[in-house]
Design a protein around this ligand. Structure first.
Ligand SMILES: Nc1ncnc2c1ncn2[C@@H]1O[C@H](COP(=O)(O)OP(=O)(O)OP(=O)(O)O)[C@@H](O)[C@H]1O
Ligand SMILES: [Mg+2]
Length: 256
């Protein structure tokens, strides 16, 4: 069984940046195979990783659902389950040392219960082929609450230095508890801290919300520049301060 880590937090705080660097770190450290899952309907983890995406789970779900609704046959002699499995395998793109699966846009018109449960079962079967499944989420917790990825082993909440970011992280933690997701490890990472220093107000907010702070990533102009020019962040030099901070944070996690 793969060890699964989900990344969540308020919009624009650096979830995808962190996810990309986490995937890169695990691959570099020889801890693969790693499956990166982009669960943001506005998918962009591939850009951070420097990859193209041809097929998403959303597209597959629409294909299968349309065939179901129109009563159109899928390719001859294939059951829906087999066809879904085949397409899902095609949707897994191979990157440098890791694979990438993109959820894409959500459900279209009609009832998706059947195809959703099919996809869920097959994503969970697929993840058995990896040591790690790392999932980048959109702001909010749709995929986690819908259980798309099954049981999470770790939830990393990312925030910026703002109180709103910390509050949002705490709300996600609370929702996970309400939903009884029983995620064994829930940690907080503060990103884009000016000079890499945690502001006293932010520290207080973290304490008030009883969040477990794992580390702080500095605001870094190279991260911003790379992004602005569409350069994959995984190509940042090893001594880049943000990258270094992420490495230290992951080392602290002591994941096997
Ligand atoms: N440590 C950092 N220093 C400077 N800029 C950063 C840092 N981390 C992220 N950024 C920049 O902040 C912006 C948002 O980052 P990112 O896309 O990773 O956030 P997100 O939480 O995934 O956003 P969304 O909620 O839209 O998915 C990007 O332009 C990114 O380059
Ligand atoms: Mg993102």
């Amino acid at each position: 069984m793969a060890y699964s880590i989900a990344i969540a937090g308020k919009g624009g705080v650096g979830k995808t940046t962190f996810t990309g660097m986490l995937v890169d770190y695990l691959v570099d450290a020889g801890k693969g195979p790693v499956l990166a899952v982009d669960a943001d309907s506005n998918a962009n983890l591939n850009e951070v990783l420097g990859e193209e995406v041809d097929l998403t789970i959303g597209q597959i779900k629409q294909e299968v659902n349309k065939a179901e609704m129109d009563g159109e046959p899928l390719p001859p002699s294939m059951t829906k389950a087999d066809y879904t499995k085949l397409r899902l395998n095609q949707a897994v793109s191979e990157g440098k040392g890791h694979d990438l699966l993109v959820m894409g846009r959500g459900d279209g018109e009609g009832c998706y219960c059947f195809v959703n449960s099919l996809v869920k079962r097959q994503v969970s079967e697929l993840s058995d082929n990896y040591n790690y499944v790392i999932m980048d989420n959109e702001a909010g917790m749709e995929h986690i609450s819908r259980g798309t990825m099954g049981q999470m082993d770790m939830l990393i909440l990312v925030s910026d230095s703002s109180r709103r970011g910390i509050d949002a992280a705490a709300r996600i933690r609370d929702l996970a508890e309400e939903l009884k997701l029983r995620i064994p490890v829930v940690k907080l990472v503060v990103n884009r801290a000016p000079d890499g220093v945690l502001n006293e107000g932010t520290r207080q907010a973290i304490e008030e919300k009883n969040l477990d702070l794992l580390g702080v990533i500095p605001m870094d102009s190279d991260v911003f520049e790379f992004d602005a020019y569409g350069k994959p962040l995984v190509d940042l030099p090893a001594d880049n301060p943000a990258r270094q901070a992420i490495k230290d944070i992951i080392d602290k996690l002591e994941i096997e």
